[in-house]
Design a protein around this ligand. Sequence first.
Ligand SMILES: [Zn+2]
Ligand SMILES: [Zn+2]
Length: 710
Amino acid sequence: MAPPIVVQVVVDKPLAQGFDYLWDSEKLGSDPEVGLLVELPFGRSCLVGVVIKVSAHSEFKLDKLKSVSKLAPLKSFDPAALRLMNFASQYYIHALGETIIPAIPQMWKKSENWDKIPKKLIAAAEKKKKKMTQGKSEGFISESELNDEQRDALGKIRTCTEKEMEFKAILLQGQTGSGKTAVFLNWLSRVLEDTSAQVLLLVPEINLTPQLERRVRAYFPEKEMVVLHSGVAEKDRGIAWYEAMTGKAQIILGTRLAALTPIPNLRAIVVDEEHDPSYKQQDGIRYSARDLAIWRAHDVKVPILLSSATPSLETWMAAKTGRYEYIRLDQRAQGAGLPKVHLINTREPQNQFSPGDIGRPKDKSVVTKTLAHAISKNLEDKKQSLILINRRGYAPVLSCGACTWLSKCQHCTSYMVMHKAGALTKKSVLSCHHCGLAKSIPSHCPDCGNADLKTLGQGTQKIEDAIEQMWSDARVLRVDTDASKSSKGAEELFQEIHNGKVDIVVGTQMIAKGHDYQNIGLVGVLDADGRLFSQDFRAAERLFAQLVQVAGRAGRAGKDNQAGGDIYIETQYPESAVFQYLLRHDVDGFLSHTANERQEAGLPPFSYQALVHAEGRSLDKAIQFLAGIKGYLKKQSSISSALRVYDPVPKAVMRVAGSERAQLLIESDSRKQLQEALEIVDRELRENSQGRISKATRVRWLIERDPIAI
Ligand SMILES: [Zn+2]
Ligand SMILES: [Zn+2]
């Protein structure tokens, strides 16, 4: 009799260990291999899992072991992909199974599909080939068309990456409109001359991908390219992932969820807009796709290029200190000038409308007179205006003027936002952005019966209304997630702007990202002050990056559009650093100012942080649970002196959907010692938990490494 084969398999559960199963080669039609996807009986159900070990022994009695029931028609994960998963699992304190399995597209996790998939795949791939040959050549700039500065940058990138099998991290810093994309796509084009080479191109947002996708296709019409983001249909995503992991696709373009895709012949990585917070996964395993990409490049010894107009402080400092190659693009391509920044001090009366002013809006708080005049002038010049306000809906709160009633959510410690009737909702509603609860708008105050309810503050809908009323001849378009979920998708909304069918665009940060608008003469920013004083120490950095980005939308491209356009920012605090550096277009000045602040305060990147999140039925329980962890860490004499463990605190939005939430911040100057502490905590918590729910307090917990929002 042949010796038994035992495989160890991990499944999508918060369990540190793998499970032993018997492997019947004859029945499964193949010998076992590390990295294979299989189906197995688990408890009373069936689960998919990945083989992580093959041996002839088990700690358990062989006759007690169950057998692997089915094998997916997939080749095994390549060794580098498995190393990446292992690293992510360890670093982000997440079990290996709950790291690997969620990274596999849904299509491959349904074992009932396994018999039909291969046929489907071939059919789909054929169809895709046809589609590819019909592609347009939008935005293609060949190497010979690059300007001197771009050509110089491309030359430098090639020189420092010409050695094979060498890790190299490069920061390509250049202001918006300086043509970074054309530089890195021309770089990749040389890398891809080797027809077995694969490259990974990460981009931050879904709404960025269609435009960039066309642009990348234009560069590589002959190359197999796949796109991975949450907007891709399940089946297409399954096929794309398959083509990446089999080495068939040469270009893998995707958002953060592409970060864990197996890419066996990876030769280069680009992370576009590397500072963007959307690279951070905010549920499940809370990884940073950018940081994982850097680790991955280092692991497989390939170059990685990080591109940004406003690099993250971490990356910028690494470039400054010579750990990364530092390449700059300081001119705007196609000769467009820099946008002129205007700070409108909303405290100064001359900026405000007075009673009797012509064109004064009904609600005089919506825009200042100064901005209104600038918009009128811009309309006369036949240019488009972008108005940015970072809040969707009509107004953030509904209030009663006669008593103290406010539209609080009954499940969350937040207010319900008023949304006016539109394509999404047939009638006006109050909606909670945290738990999703929606209610009709009360006609009278629920507390005192007063019929005169007022809105406080403003969102995109209110600004849209006000602007339509102030400029009744102008064509106004709102762009936010609500509008893009309605009949028209984001892509279609942006197309209307590109085609010049719109005069004034009102939108959230969605409008700031990556779109090459052709005719924007003016950008107006409302309500930026809220983020100057956020409790989150990264808020100012984020605001600065966003303002630079949105400013960059003004005055791009266009042969006769040599002027850089204008950006107007309404603020009560024009003297604050964010605005002052923006006024001078001084990105490096702002970063160096921020670096000094962080160093003085001992904040990242001068220290390392982790959060323990706790969520329970009462705040007391959650706080008590976290206090227990703090006490436990104090007792770990080997490590406690290297840590700063703060007191547990309720989260900014303390109650969401009936759960009360708190967090514990752990900080250290040593990455290694922080890691050690987290592993100790994790082990202790697991021993006393069922999954991630504490047995004693029923508090649900999660450890997050390198949080970006505190
Ligand atoms: Zn009332
Ligand atoms: Zn709620």
